[in-house]
Design a protein around this ligand. Structure first.
Ligand SMILES: Cc1cc2nc3c(=O)[nH]c(=O)nc-3n(C[C@H](O)[C@H](O)[C@H](O)COP(=O)(O)OP(=O)(O)OC[C@H]3O[C@@H](n4cnc5c(N)ncnc54)[C@H](O)[C@@H]3O)c2cc1C
Length: 261
């Protein structure tokens, strides 16, 4: 018998694509949506809900630096040709943030953006009875992809750690009768979400996806994996950024005390 929550892995040919900004939108306060196009999108695929591409930016010293982002939508049949849509959370506001959010705040149609990857995709498990998601703003695009992937018939509870509660508007289009959304201020969210997880039932058919600030995820992951003893395949946790670290490497273990991380 296959292990519960087994994930099919798909490898992609590694490509670096030079794309052009087609449109800029504002899907919710705090976010900039960038639709990218170009013939280079030929062969692009990102079928996993938490796939990521690497966006390449000049580092100002003649080199480049890269940041990870979620391909929110890839539409082959858009009226003007294939489109890749990426949503940027402007973490330092309109004028602040690192190179990626600064670029997004000033992006205009016609600008170039180099996109590398994805290198591979982990498809969603097929046997999710119920979905629990813990996320901050940076993970809202992947939350949208998880909800779209499991479909409105799968019960889902989303716990959000938000810098500003207006950012929750990002998920308005995901509302459905058996989905619950709980918002917590970022400053107190880790403790409040831990308590919310302690207060609820997590069955063997419940799949848990956690993504956001790496340090804030440590107690949540410890509770799920060590205290509840949930198997590794049932808890998918990713540090999407780390306070005080530019270009955080999300392959670094979230919990350095856990050899299984
Ligand atoms: C797999 C994956 C998928 C991701 N998908 C998305 C996505 O679709 N949309 C999205 O907006 N982000 C996404 N992120 C997060 C994004 O890569 C980081 O927030 C990244 O650090 C932003 O780059 P930057 O150049 O703006 O800032 P950096 O140069 O990396 O950081 C500059 C400073 O800002 C801080 N910082 C970084 N992010 C935040 C934040 N969210 N809030 C407060 N301070 C912050 C850093 O700690 C650092 O001190 C994803 C990350 C991963 C690993």
């Amino acid at each position: 018998m296959t292990e519960r929550f087994a994930r099919e892995r798909v490898r992609h040919e590694l490509a670096r694509r030079s794309l052009r900004v087609l449109r800029i939108e504002r899907p919710a306060p705090g976010f900039v949506r960038v639709a990218l196009g170009g013939e280079a999108l030929d062969g692009f695929a990102a079928p996993g809900p938490a796939d990521h591409v690497k966006l390449v930016f000049p580092d100002g010293a003649g080199g480049t630096l890269m940041r990870d982002y979620t391909p929110l939508v890839f539409a082959l049949d858009a009226p003007g040709g294939p489109e890749l849509v990426i949503d940027f959370y402007l973490h330092g506001g309109e004028a602040g943030g690192g190179p990626a959010s600064r670029w997004a705040a000033g992006a205009e149609p016609g600008d170039e953006l180099v996109v590398a990857g994805p290198r591979g995709s982990a498809l969603a498990p097929r046997d999710i009875d119920e979905l629990i998601v813990v996320a901050d703003e940076t993970a809202l695009p992947s939350v949208m992809r998880w909800l779209d992937t499991v479909g409105a018939e799968t019960p889902a509870t989303v716990y959000l750690a938000l810098e500003d509660e207006r950012h929750a508007a990002y998920l308005d289009r995901a509302a459905a009768p058996n989905r619950a959304f709980h918002r917590f201020p970022a400053s107190t969210a880790a403790a409040a979400i831990l308590q919310a997880l302690r207060d609820r039932r997590i069955t063997e058919g419940t799949f848990v996806f956690l993504a956001g600030e790496a340090t804030a995820l440590v107690p949540l992951r410890r509770y799920l994996r060590r205290e509840l003893g949930l198997p590794k395949a049932q808890v998918d946790a990713h540090g999407y950024w780390k306070r005080g670290t530019a270009g955080h490497d999300h392959h670094a273990p979230i919990d350095e005390t856990d050899p299984d991380d």
